[in-house]
Design a binder for this molecule. Structure first.
Ligand SMILES: [Zn+2]
Length: 416
């Protein structure tokens, strides 16, 4: 590696949320992702340099995409990503403005920023290469959600791979990410030191649990994130003989995925799943859906959305159940329910929930050993870890074959 490159994070290194990484070459600065942490109050990354060449967006989840409209609105730079990442980021950006308004927080950008993001979008597909200053940047599938991308940036002497969020097993929606030969691997470390159970076993356990609840006359709520998890749960639970209803923003995302279906592992499977459920189309239908055997709905962490309405209709029914299928951050309604069996259902008071409460591990992130195997196959000299509240265990294992960096926000890492 003759000409050194440098990376610096603007956030999201020792935490899951508000990620942003600047890659600095001899003449050019590129930004990879620019997210927010939708907490109470929301948290934002450090300001970005004002001489960026382009922004590369891996996927639409808010912790990666949430502040892209702020950059697009203030710097007229290209935003590079897949077509599906654009449509879903647009939806989430408007939704985050709505949430900020409802919760009384200042808006970090205006509607014009979202319009600028769309106007400046430079749509690319997996396998495409985009020139940015001295870098050639190539897109690879990341296996995390439909449209999610890893970026390989090559200045002719150093090749860096920025993974964003990756999954290394096939799911119903997308195929797993494949390793890319690189000198520098900048990889997420969400599951440092932790493994996932076998996915097929988890699916069977979920189906068994649903079957048990329905057999005793109860109902099941699956609080799910709009992007990815709602559609994944539809694929698992539709056409299993249950009366399944789907509510929340995941319905809009579903339409986006089916319209731009080249990022799906099997468009047919998701189409069939949609035909095997009932989508809640208006508030009147919500009353009907309240009687359904299975309800898949936002929000994934019970911090709002139709899930709270459904939960309030069955709160005192011990035959019914709440099955979580995603991580519940500390401070969320879902975390409170898991830890204490009670939560605020939106009425300003904490109420006890008498339903069965369980968590199933359907993570969209690679587990510890999967990351180690993947990193080995990329054969990097350097590994840069981010997106984790404890990177140490992964740093130790990866240190056996590469130089590992665990920078803090604002710290320069020179890679040569
Ligand atoms: Zn993500």
């Amino acid at each position: 590696m003759a000409a050194p490159v440098r990376v610096r994070f603007l956030g999201g290194v020792d935490e899951v949320g508000r990620l942003g990484m600047v890659l600095e070459g001899q003449r050019t600065k590129l930004l990879f992702d620019y997210g927010m942490a939708p907490r109470d109050p929301p948290e934002y990354p450090a300001p970005a340099p004002n001489d960026l060449e382009a922004l590369f967006l891996t996927h639409s989840h808010l912790d990666h995409s949430g502040m892209v409209p702020a950059i697009a609105g203030s710097q007229g730079i290209p935003i590079v990503g897949t077509s599906l990442t654009r449509t879903m980021s647009d939806l989430l950006a408007y939704d985050s403005m709505k949430v900020a308004r409802l919760e009384g927080y200042p808006q970090p950008f205006k509607r014009e920023g979202i319009a600028a993001m769309n106007a400046q979008w430079d749509e690319r597909h997996y396998g495409d290469t985009r020139e940015s200053g001295e870098f050639d940047v190539r897109l690879h599938a990341a296996g995390h959600i439909p449209g999610s991308t890893m970026f390989e940036a090559d200045d002719g002497s150093t090749r860096l791979l920025f993974t964003g969020d990756i999954n290394l097993i096939d799911t119903h929606l997308v195929k797993k990410a494949e390793p890319v030969r690189c000198d520098v691997l900048a990889i997420e470390a969400t599951y440092s030191g932790r493994e996932h159970p076998d996915r097929t076993v988890t699916e069977e356990q979920l189906l068994d649990a649903v079957s048990g609840v329905v057999a005793q006359g109860g109902r099941v709520i699956l609080p799910c994130f709009a992007v990815g998890r709602t559609q994944e749960m539809m694929c698992i639970l539709a056409n299993q003989g249950y009366d399944v209803w789907v509510d929340g923003m995941g319905k809009t995302v579903l339409q986006m995925m089916l319209e731009d279906n080249r990022y799906l592992r099997s468009p047919r499977e998701l189409q069939k799943a949609m035909e095997g459920v009932t989508l809640v189309k208006n508030p009147a239908q919500r009353e009907k859906a309240s009687q359904a055997e299975v309800i898949i709905t936002t929000s994934g962490m019970l911090d709002g959305g139709p899930a709270l309405h459904y939960l309030s209709t069955m709160r005192t029914d011990p035959r019914s159940a709440v099955f979580f299928t995603g991580y519940q951050v500390p401070g969320s309604g879902g975390r409170s329910l898991l830890d204490t069996g009670a939560l605020d259902l939106g009425k300003g008071k904490v109420e006890k929930v008498e339903c069965e409460i369980r968590h199933f591990d359907f993570s969209g992130h690679a587990g510890h050993s999967e990351i180690v195997q993947f990193a080995k196959r990329c054969q990097p000299e350097h590994v840069v870890l981010y997106h984790s509240d404890d990177r140490s265990v992964l740093a130790k294992d990866l240190g056996e074959f590469a130089k590992v960096h665990t920078p803090m926000t604002g710290e320069d890492v020179e890679l040569s």
